[in-house]
Design a protein around this ligand. Sequence first.
Ligand code: PGA
Length: 251
Amino acid sequence: MTNKLRYFVANWKMFGHLKSVNSLNKVINFKKKNKKAKNLKIIYCPPFTLIYPFIQKLKKTGIKTGAQNCNFGSNYGPPTGSINAMMIKSLNCEYVILGHSENRAKGENDNIINKKIISALESKLKIIFCIGETSTQKKRKLTKKTLLSQLSKGLKKVKNKKNILIAYEPVWSIGSGIIPKIKDLENISNYIKLFLANNMKFKNPKVLYGGSVNPKNISLLNKIKNLDGFLIGGASQNSDKFIDIIKKTFN
Ligand code: PGA
């Protein structure tokens, strides 16, 4: 990657308790002291329980906060146990991850994801929209078809595309330690960007890669010029590893 703005999204998944907030100190200091961190956009997506403490801790650091999912609908009401975009925004949280394969696996379909994207944008949240093929789809050479379908259904009737980042996360790569071949990844990122620009009216499409990003493979992944950053799960839960990953992308 070059001098352009690069995103490093930390997806903490179901990890962390109140004391974990202190682990942000290292990352805050790293961002403050490192001149090369100027072109970085670090976004922490902790579980709902930690969004507010994270926002307090990250005030005036330039590091942003996001939720890992939200419900659709912009009023108060049922269903029990749900949190919608308006509630997340009310905490001054800026981002939300939508369409993550771990939620798709629980029954979230493209239609639900589409409703979530629309209501999150209405609440002025920025979206990290996850797409990716399963290993079966990959084996059957259905990767591009799957991505195209997820993008067109998920973004149906979405007017304002400015605040949407796409995260390409092959399902078979998440948490497995396996990453795609660099050539394949470059090719897919290119394919997504072209589709978004030509068919979905995106002016400047941004694509992040997610799936087993770690300090060992980041230098290789960083060779891919058309990626705009990374969505990092497991490795982001450890501040040293997360910083190490970021540092290794500095040229
Ligand atoms: P991983 O997760 O880095 O642990 O593979 C990525 C993700 O699920 O966003």
